[in-house]
Design a protein around this ligand. Structure first.
Ligand SMILES: Cc1ncc(COP(=O)(O)O)c(C=O)c1O
Ligand SMILES: N[C@@H](CCOP(=O)(O)O)C(=O)O
Length: 470
């Protein structure tokens, strides 16, 4: 399996190199050169397989033999053993046609654990084979950071730097990042929003010298392996509702577009997905893009679903590449427009191609709160605000296919918003006992590339030197 960059000017790489590269050297995002296809009978067989077995069958299509089966199997088994729920990602019916896919039963109570627990094992394995270390830099609006820290705290080959927007993550999210105590992990509060943090990360990847000197790698969904690991649950959910003999639709609470792009990948692999619905909060750039064809920044609003307070939606670039017939020149032109003027207009054929598979809708704060209240009163199920954004948009969609809304976080990560909406206080699971009492350790930096690079260089170089000496 080979991977190509959405901007067409980076080397074509195999899986292990793409895993360590994060962002492509030309600033683009890697995608498989060709989509692997599963037959109907292979998909049907997933109905009786446990989650880790389905994951293994999917990952093997993307690793292209670079990791032997027994090693991959061990990693998959270990990764999903960290999920106390036997189904890993259970499906809960909330209406005649509506289901919620609970992706938050992992160590940090958000869907990021599903991929991050796999990513840390893949990276440690590849780095050990190469006798190397890596410096991982990630941006988070709240959940990626905690999941990465939990997954990489035991890593012996990486130093992890997580940039989060100061004052814009929930107290539970912040403490998951700041109370871990692992010496190889650094939580850094940036004076800015998530887009600022993500721009810093991309700028570091685009600084070739810094990239080389620090052996830079990434764990955001710009890393293809994150998307790969998120494909599995589209298959497990769809087959439990009758696929491949029945098409299923998905609504995805969306920010950086990684999760919904994994659904698109599942469809390209042969899963009969009817509609893919992008659900946004007030940060509705993607809903506006699908409505008008104009992709235009308008400023980020702080909402009660803070992990989706994102305007530069990185993985949308992967969809642009696909919708442009994989023409990197078109992607480069559109991304240059976004960089220079904060906007671009989709050519009409690209918009049509996207609309043929995707719908989109935005939700107000009041609608999301009403959804939390109505669902708990009708079913007893307490939703988190991100999942509520998704379900609120899902309920507006037509069509006969079963509609699965991705349940992306546990309500106890956002207790204030959930209590304000429903009058109920969600309890943190026992795995989080004592979290809110532990001492926090984090540094605070300005939104300044130079300051952040200096901070990382000082810490990463010392660790890299120690690793080489050992
Ligand atoms: C709870 C939650 N829901 C939804 C999203 C949006 O997912 P994506 O960025 O993959 O679109 C995020 C952040 O990524 C999140 O943390
Ligand atoms: N919502 C995310 C933002 C980063 O997304 P990623 O999927 O690209 O890592 C978060 O919680 O950090």
């Amino acid at each position: 399996m080979r991977y190509v960059s959405s901007r067409g000017a980076a080397p074509v790489l195999g899986f292990a190199d793409v895993l360590l590269a994060g962002l492509a050297a030309d600033g683009g995002l890697y995608l498989p050169a060709e989509w692997p296809r599963l037959s109907e009978s292979e998909i049907r067989a997933f109905r009786t397989m446990p989650y880790p077995a389905v994951a293994l069958a999917i990952f093997e299509r993307f690793t292209g033999g670079e990791i032997d089966r027994a090693t991959l199997q061990r990693m998959v088994d270990e990764a999903y053993a960290t999920f106390p729920h036997p189904a890993v990602a259970p499906l809960v019916q909330v209406g005649p046609r509506d289901y919620v896919l609970e992706l938050f039963h992992g160590p940090t109570l958000a869907f990021k654990d599903v991929a991050m627990q796999m990513l840390s094992r893949l990276m440690d394995h590849v780095l050990a084979e190469r006798g190397a270390r890596a410096t991982i830099v990630g941006a988070t609006s709240g959940d990626t950071g905690g999941a990465a820290i939990a997954a990489f705290a035991a890593s012996t080959r990486t130093d992890v730097f997580i940039l989060f927007p100061h004052g814009r993550v929930s107290p539970v999210q912040q403490r998951q990042m700041t109370t871990h105590g692992a010496p190889n992990v650094h939580a850094v509060a940036i004076e800015g929003n998530f887009d600022d943090c993500q721009a810093l990360v991309k700028a570091m990847f685009n600084d070739q010298r810094f990239r080389r000197d620090t052996a830079l790698s990434g764990v955001n969904s710009i890393n293809w392996a994150r998307i790969m690991a998120q494909i599995t649950y589209y298959f497990t959910a769809a087959v439990s509702l009758g696929s491949p003999d029945r098409a299923v639709s998905f609504t995805v609470p969306t920010g950086n577009f990684g999760d919904i792009f994994a659904g698109y990948a599942a469809k390209r692999m042969g899963l009969p997905v009817d509609r893919l619905v992008i659900a946004t909060n007030q940060n509705d750039i993607l809903a506006r893009t699908l409505a008008s064809g104009r992709h235009e920044k308008a400023g980020v609003h702080a909402t009660t679903s803070p992990s989706m307070d994102i305007e530069i939606s990185s993985n949308f670039e992967r969809l642009l590449f696909e919708a442009a017939g994989r023409d990197p020149e078109t992607v480069r032109r559109l991304m240059a427009g976004l960089q220079q003027s904060g906007a671009f207009t989709l050519p009409a054929p690209m918009l049509e191609t996207i609309r043929a598979e995707f719908d989109a809708g935005a939700t107000s704060e009041a609608e999301a709160a009403a959804t939390i209240r109505e669902v708990v009163e009708a079913t007893g199920l307490l939703l988190d605000p991100h999942t509520a954004v998704g379900l609120s948009v899902a309920r507006r969609q037509g069509g006969d296919a079963p509609m699965v809304t991705l349940g992306t976080a546990h309500p106890a990560k956002f207790p204030a918003a959930v209590e304000a909406a429903s009058g109920r206080v969600p309890a943190l699971p026992a795995s989080h006992d004592g979290l809110m009492e532990r001492a926090e350790v984090f540094d605070r930096l300005p939104n300044d590339l130079n300051a952040v690079q200096t901070y990382i260089t000082e810490r990463a170089k010392a660790a890299l030197a120690k690793g080489q000496a050992a």
